[in-house]
Design a protein around this ligand. Structure first.
Ligand code: TEU
Ligand code: CA
Length: 573
């Protein structure tokens, strides 16, 4: 078998630049802020940094709307500063992966400006332009070319008054979808990607990359989707998720961009709606598409019938069944990514853990242990290593995220109770992940000397990096030990995965085996002491504990009783 890829025994750290650290007092995080905090990442031990978008952008969706792929947004810095950062990251033995947002551009990108200028524009076909539904007047209710709902609420089509035609935007009206059917579009994207690789970047996290191929008929027709309850729209996802040409497009990208240098790079495709069967195809090295994908099943388990803003409690047995299936599915071929958090998800300690003062540290370290002991490459989202919690937002004015703001507007206009809508946003809104990183107990958590673009979490007096680094029992040091363990214990990286006690409602337990070495991972995902009837319990009694999240949990004689939120990794040979 070929040697395992370099990204199997490392951990990726995601930076959301806007909220990471501000170096010039304008209240917005920037490249200078990242440069100033590389020590923190080096101390944590991560091998790769993934930067959310820093390209030139009107910031309608905080940089996921790009108006120039080959420049840095002035709010973040300059290309010179970027080169300086890249060099500093490399000098510390780390790698840097860029976000690649090519399902759509900004409506202010010159490609779209030109495309919009006239139906005869040579770039008209670079985007999805369509006439109104047959027999209907442009702008009339329901005249959109398809019934699709935008992922950010409202219709997925926007009328261009000048031409009387609509353009497709799966996300905001300022994020028109590129037409990947057009080979010129693909060539332009490939050239841009090569430009960044030539500059020295080490790979890409590809935004909604499984949405670039749309199911379009030979005559250009796009199909309506089934109705979305409570809205006049339909769900178009069957027409744009893992579309007919997705594998062809990714293989072409690999040939045109990565071939010859892919062994040094990391590519990860963000893929809402991807199934494990499809993930096998996307990540099979022999097919040369991407190294791994971000799947969404485990972060959708607590969504209620009304979707993400209608949350329901997580059942641990569902989580085990889901993650276990992904472990099994990618056992022979392909590779898993592992994540609890990113800039789109609420904070895991508040969501699946317990962010009360009593349990915050133990529940955060319990969940971290579970995730990092699965087979795959773990991703840590900024602040997760500090046990940062969901925000404490009061009114709708505290929210900045376009998804949340649009949802509030549409839902309340449709008659929903504003207080109930707000409650949903507080649980699952993306701004929970976007409050400034808490560096210190000082003013604005040490994030900025100015006024932060979004309110700082008031708990920064307790939850902050200064305090965490000084405390050996902190969430930070636990993450550091987990990352180190991956480097020192090959069974963490390559061991086979076997789920134990799948029906237990509180205990998450599994083994990892590599040759003669076997690890047992045990976690009590609850605030009460529990017992577990473990197969082979006697054989594990008194075995070495490689890592635990409570003081003094080394080599217990009885492994079957777990304290609230306790997690342990046992080892035997
Ligand atoms: O997100 C894709 C996506 O579909 C969701 O995760 C999204 O964040 C939303 O919450 C669904 O309800 C990616 C980016 O990660 C996100 O930040 C961008 O807003 C989006 O694509 C558009 O580029
Ligand atoms: Ca700044």
């Amino acid at each position: 078998a070929p040697a395992p890829a370099w990204w199997t025994d490392t951990v990726v750290y995601q930076i959301y630049p806007r909220s990471f650290a501000d170096s010039n007092g304008d209240g917005i995080g920037d490249l200078g802020g990242i440069l100033a905090h590389l020590d923190h990442l080096e101390a944590l031990g991560v091998g790769v940094i993934w930067l959310s978008p820093i390209y030139r952008s009107p910031q309608d969706d905080n940089g996921y709307d790009i108006s120039d792929y080959q420049d840095i947004d002035p709010s973040f810095g300059t290309l010179e500063q970027f080169d300086e950062l890249l060099e500093a990251v490399h000098a510390r033995g780390m790698k840097l992966v860029m976000d690649l947002v090519v399902n759509h551009t900004s409506d202010e990108h010159p490609w779209f400006v030109e495309s919009r200028s006239s139906p005869d524009s040579p770039k008209r076909d670079w985007y999805w332009w369509r006439t109104p539904r047959r027999g209907m007047a442009a702008g009339a209710p329901g005249a959109e070319p398809t019934n699709w709902q935008s992922i950010f609420s409202g219709p997925a089509w926007e009328l261009d008054e000048a031409s009387g035609e609509y353009y497709l935007h799966l996300f905001s009206t300022k994020q028109p979808d590129l037409n990947w059917e057009n080979p010129e579009v693909r060539r332009a994207v490939h050239a841009m990607m090569r430009w960044w690789l030539d500059r020295g970047v080490d790979g890409f996290r590809m935004d909604v990359i499984n949405m670039i191929s749309k199911d379009v008929a030979a005559d250009g027709h796009l199909h309506d989707g089934p109705p979305v309850e409570g809205t006049p729209y339909g769900d178009g996802s069957a027409s744009y998720t893992n579309g007919p040409r997705i594998h062809e497009f990714l293989q072409e990208m690999h040939r045109e961009v990565f071939a010859g240098r892919d062994a040094q790079l990391l590519t990860v495709g963000e893929m809402p709606g991807v199934t494990v069967e499809e993930a096998v195809l996307f990540t099979d090295p022999a097919r040369a598409e991407v190294d791994m994908v971000f799947q969404f099943e485990h972060v959708n388990l607590d969504h209620g019938p009304g979707g993400k803003f209608d949350p329901k409690p997580l059942r641990l047995t569902d989580l085990k069944a889901s993650l276990g299936r992904w472990q099994e599915g990618l056992e022979e071929v392909g590779w898993n990514s592992l994540y609890w958090n990113n800039h789109d998800q609420p904070r895991v300690v508040s969501r699946f853990g317990d962010d009360s003062p009593e349990h915050r540290v133990t529940s955060a370290t319990c969940l971290a242990t579970l995730l990092h002991l699965h087979r795959g490459t773990p991703y840590v989202y900024q602040g997760e290593e500090l046990g940062m919690t969901n925000a404490a937002f009061g009114s709708i004015e505290d929210f900045r995220d376009i998804e949340s703001v649009n949802h509030y507007r549409h839902a309340t206009a449709a008659g929903a109770d504003p207080a109930a809508v707000l409650e949903g946003l507080r649980w699952t809104g993306r701004d929970n992940a976007r409050t400034p990183v808490q560096w210190s107990a000082g003013e604005h958590a040490g994030f900025t000397t100015g006024t932060p673009w979004i309110p700082v979490n008031p708990n920064h007096d307790v939850v902050n990096a200064d305090a965490a680094r000084a405390d050996p029992g902190s969430v930070f040091h636990h993450y550091r030990r987990l990352i180190e363990l991956r480097r020192t214990e090959p069974a963490v990286v390559l061991g086979d995965f076997t789920m134990l006690v799948p029906e237990h409602e509180q205990v998450y337990a599994f083994t990892r085996r590599l040759g003669d070495v076997e690890l047992l991972v045990l976690a009590n995902v609850s605030g009460e002491e529990v017992g577990v009837d473990l197969p082979d319990a006697a054989a594990w009694a008194g075995t070495e504990v490689l890592l635990g999240n409570l003081p003094g949990s080394s080599a217990p004689a009885d492994v079957t009783v777990l304290s609230p939120w306790e997690a342990r990794v046992h080892r035997r040979v």
